[in-house]
Design a protein around this ligand. Structure first.
Ligand code: NAD
Ligand code: WQD
Length: 351
């Protein structure tokens, strides 16, 4: 008999599979799940992470997730893992996320992100598991004409293979849910995840020079990088620099637990934005980081980065109404927690 999540007992005796659970967002979600009493199995190939993140999870909450080092494209392994651990719901974070790299290596991105998601769904179907929460991205909106962005805003055309891979997986999952009403699927469109756990023990650990603003700024603050390049100061925004909706990673992780609950009474595929509804410019972020860290962040104005949009922030009302979720932490707290993690772990999980 296939397991129906809506009929699952409240004692959470069934487990959650977290693909990509050793990574930045997945490790924070794993911690939240364990703290809420779930059993957790992490499946991660460690291509962009360290299993040390999971040791830190255990250090914080006193509980360990099961860890399987493996790949979402290994359908047989995923099916066996689902069965072995009596999994009833999957949080699917595993994937590659570097926009520039996706332009250079599109096949790698489509294979990992799209084929990996298809493989996961085949394994879930074979194991009789039909509850899935997918890590999508605001990048699927492309360049919307009005702000804030709500879920009814038509998906635009992402300008790179990474964004297109997210859009494709959303389509695959929407078609899958339409084909078989056993599926309950959440498509969570994240805005810009930043921050770290308040303990300073867990955070984002990018390999090489960071592509994203907040990890770059924090490495300038700690002295690993000399100065920030601000990509354009001639956008039609508050101060000419790009505006984004930054969201604390712990708020984001909590949104996944709310999505698990919401799927219990919903069939089909459902889209929810996870953002704060507030936008900050690059220079406002720099100022907030300087305040949180007490360090100067030298910066230069550089040309616009190809593919960037001027501004992007969420209308988070649907998640509030349907998930009962709102982001609790503001920009100050995001920067304080990022700084604590960076200051205490200048080499990330490497030391
Ligand atoms: P991350 O790179 O820190 O985590 C991804 C994890 O997946 C890593 O631990 C990596 O080793 C693992 N992985 C990659 N391919 C795998 C595979 N085929 N099989 C098993 N494990 C695999 O990234 P993150 O920031 O935690 O992002 C998590 C998810 O959220 C990704 O799908 C990403 O695209 C999405 N997302 C991230 C952001 C962001 O800005 N961080 C924004 C929107 C959406
Ligand atoms: C934020 C702002 C930059 C770096 C990307 C992906 C998106 C999503 C999140 C996964 C922009 C400016 C940045 C720097 C800068 N990922 N900036 N100097 O571009 O909103 O989103 O990450 O789904 O798909 O595209 O985030 O942090 O790179 O940039 O001036 O060194 O900071 O121009 O205005 P972005 P970001």
């Amino acid at each position: 008999m296939p397991k129906r999540y809506g009929e699952m007992s409240k004692d959470m005796s069934d487990a959650v599979l977290v693909t990509g659970g050793a990574g930045y967002i997945g490790s924070h979600a794993t911690l939240c799940l364990l703290e809420a009493g779930y059993s957790v199995v992490v499946l991660d190939n460690l291509c962009n992470s360290s299993a040390r993140s999971l040791e830190r999870v255990a250090q914080i909450c006193g509980r360990q997730p099961h860890f399987v080092q493996g790949d979402t494209r290994d359908t047989a392994l995923v099916e066996q893992t689902l069965k072995d651990h009596n999994v009833s719901v999957v949080l699917h974070f595993a994937g590659l996320k570097a926009v520039g790299e996706s332009v250079e290596k599109p096949l790698m991105y489509y294979e990992n992100n799209v084929a990996g998601s298809v493989s996961l769904c085949k394994a879930m179907q074979a194991a009789g598991v039909f509850n899935l929460v997918f890590s999508s991205s605001a990048t699927v909106y492309g360049e919307p004409e009005t702000m804030p962005i709500d879920e009814d805003c038509p998906a635009g055309v992402p300008t790179n293979p990474y964004g297109l891979s997210k859009k494709m997986v959303e389509q695959v999952l929407t078609d899958l849910a339409a084909s078989d009403d056993r599926w309950s699927i959440a498509l969570l469109r994240y805005f810009n995840p930043v921050g770290a756990h308040e303990s300073g023990l867990m955070g984002e650990d990018p390999q090489g020079i960071p592509n994203n603003l907040v990890p770059y700024v924090s490495q300038v603050a700690v002295g690993k990088l000399a100065a920030l390049q601000v990509f354009g100061d001639d956008y039609p925004t508050v101060d000419g620099t790009g505006v984004r909706d930054y969201i604390h990673v712990v708020d984001l992780a909590k949104g996944h637990l709310k999505a698990i609950d919401a799927l219990k009474s919903r069939k089909g595929a459902h889209i929810w934005n996870l953002g704060t509804g507030v936008g900050y410019s690059v220079l406002q972020v720099v100022k907030a980081f300087e305040k949180a860290s007490g360090r100067d962040i030298p910066f230069n104005i550089a040309p616009r980065r190809s593919g960037d949009i001027a501004e992007c922030w969420a209308n988070p009302e649907k998640a509030k109404a349907e998930l009962g979720w709102v982001a609790e932490h503001g920009i100050e707290r995001m920067m304080e927690d990022t700084w604590r993690w960076q200051r205490d772990n200048p080499e990330g999980y490497g030391v």
